[in-house]
Ligand binder design. Sequence first.
Ligand code: ZN
Length: 83
Amino acid sequence: MDKEQHCPDLLSELADFMDGTATIEVCAEIEKHMAECPDCRVMVDTLEKTIYLYRNREERFELPSGFRERLFTSLHLEDYLKD
Ligand SMILES: [Zn+2]
């Protein structure tokens, strides 16, 4: 498994994937990679939970300082950081 090569490609497409705007091919590619890569699976799972909670709660839930910013910036999802 060549994580060095595949993970960055995956990350660059995750924003669309999470947004539901990714193509079927990209979704399949991401899901296939996640099946083989525990690191990405954990990250996507965390991201999904974060976005889900963020979108469905009026109150801010507590995250470690800077966690959300670091996570979203690393995934090129800065738009989700807008208040
Ligand atoms: Zn990966």
